[in-house]
Design a protein around this ligand. Structure first.
Ligand code: ZN
Length: 476
């Protein structure tokens, strides 16, 4: 069908501006909270009004990565019938019925505050010739989006590239994500199930005796100090120190990937816990290292407390405001590695990420729909990728670092069963335009266990004057 397409038909769309999209709701705490919860982002500048008031921002800000989320269409609403819709529907008619986002370059010009009323405009700036990719044959469409607040000030700009393509209808089904053996289930008894249920609820729970007050682990029906049968599970801070460890090199049993580290962690509260160690190369592990618990959700059912080297974050594990200080430029060197962030990709996470970013495209929740379009299952949306990168950056930099730009290229899609690991390092440190401002560039990569899902770079602004808050000092 597409072969008789006259290029000038498409060229006519270049430079055309689509309808102005107005955010249905002003920027609000509920949507920010929901977004942070799904992506496990505990940045206090987004979530904690008291903290934000005394921060460089002076008030709560919205995650910059949500810039485009506010204008996403509401459920059941069709996109406006503008020139852009006309272009995409023309491409549908030409057989390019499938779509994936491939690149997003966002620059953030000013923080977005609660009650900001945002709107956006969009233009088509490039339409490629027909290209053949692994997904199929299609065309890259480049959109330029500008987000402004009520008075017309630009808050963000974005270059967003889509690939509109003919899904491959070959007899051989598309390469499916390799079947991943689920992690073995714990053998639950009534004495120990609180530990695993606690993990599913995001907590590290340890037994405390109601009679003598001692903590004990592993769980046992009676208190090992006073023999009392009256015990209750109590949430721990998650802080601790590496007491001992072993590196497992063999056997190779799916889904474990040797070498990996099994740690004996001395919790700050006293008990020692055996758990996996993450976010560090086995060769770099040292006894006495400060550790922080992190609940890792392996699949729909199984969550386990794991530990990672403590950076400057505090005790809470995810989704709630975390207390941790902002890095000072002196703590950052060229080549500084960011702590890795591991995100298990489940169907629930894919759909939750789509909904938290108000993206109702069936390809993010409906497996049959996705398969009919040449994919092997539902995939994460590009706004989810922005969401996890945002967390990866400020988990490291702290809440008063301001993300000023993210430039990402999407590679292989994330499917249920993948585990996305984000890594990165500082590639440039420069003096910013404002007094005391340092601009740090981070090159990042996200590997989903099969191939590279995303790669790109981001810039953060660190202000000398507001580096350490009194709250943060208390933590250290
Ligand atoms: Zn006791």
């Amino acid at each position: 069908m597409g072969s008789d397409l006259d290029e000038t038909d498409l060229d006519a769309f270049l430079g055309q501006e689509g309808a102005t999209l107005t955010a249905p709701d002003p920027v609000n705490a509920a949507m920010i909270h929901h977004w942070c919860q799904v992506f496990g982002n505990g940045n206090r500048s987004y979530l904690d009004a008291d903290f934000a008031r005394s921060s460089r921002f002076g008030q709560i800000i919205a995650p910059a990565a949500m810039a485009q989320v506010w204008m996403m269409g509401e459920y059941g609403q069709s996109p406006p019938a503008d020139s852009i819709a006309e272009l995409y529907s023309l491409l549908d008619d030409l057989g390019y019925t499938a779509i994936v986002a491939t690149n997003s370059q966002q620059t953030y010009h000013r923080p977005v505050y609660l009650a900001d009323q945002l709107r956006s405009t969009r233009r088509i700036v490039a339409i490629s010739d027909e290209k053949r990719t692994r997904l199929g044959t299609g065309r890259f469409i480049t959109n330029e989006i500008e987000v402004v607040e009520g008075s017309g000030k630009v808050v963000a700009k974005q270059i967003l590239r889509h690939f509109k393509f003919r899904p491959q209808q070959s007899a051989t089904p598309p390469a499916a994500a390799p079947p991943v053996k689920p992690r073995p289930r714990p053998a639950l008894t009534s004495d120990i199930e609180f530990y695993f249920n606690g993990a599913r609820a995001g907590q590290l729970l340890i037994q405390r005796c109601n009679e003598c007050g001692d903590l004990q682990h592993p769980p046992w029906p009676a208190c090992s100090s006073c023999r009392s049968l009256s015990l209750h599970p109590e949430p721990m801070s998650g802080g601790g120190e590496l007491y001992s460890f072993t590196v497992i090199h063999s056997p190779t049993i799916q889904p474990f990937e040797p070498p990996y580290v099994v740690a004996l962690v001395a919790l700050d509260e006293g008990p020692r816990v055996v758990a996996g160690l993450i976010g560090i190369e086995p060769g770099d592990v040292k006894i006495g290292t400060r550790l922080q618990a992190e609940i890792v959700q392996f699949d729909e059912e199984l969550a386990l407390p794991m530990f990672r080297p403590a950076t400057s974050r505090d005790s809470q594990v995810s989704g709630a405001a975390r207390e941790y200080k902002t890095l000072s430029p002196q703590e950052i060197r060229l080549g500084t590695r960011l702590p890795e962030l591991t995100i298990p990709i489940t169907h629930t996470f894919i759909t939750a990420g789509a909904l938290a970013t108000r993206d109702f495209q069936p390809v993010h929740h409906d497996t049959a729909y996705a398969v009919a379009r040449g994919l092997s299952n539902v995939i994460t949306n590009i706004w989810t990728t922005h969401g996890v990168i945002s967390r990866f950056l400020t988990d490291w930099s702290g809440p008063e670092a301001m993300i000023t730009g993210v430039d990402l290229r999407l590679g292989d899609s994330n499917y249920p069963g993948d585990v996305l690991t984000l890594s990165g390092q500082v590639s440039e440190i420069a003096v910013g335009t404002d007094p005391g401002d340092t601009v740090v560039t981070v090159e990042f990569k996200g590997d989903n266990g099969r191939s590279v899902h995303v790669a790109g770079s981001a810039t953060l602004s660190l202000l000398e004057s507001t580096l350490v808050t009194s709250d943060a000092e208390r933590i250290d």
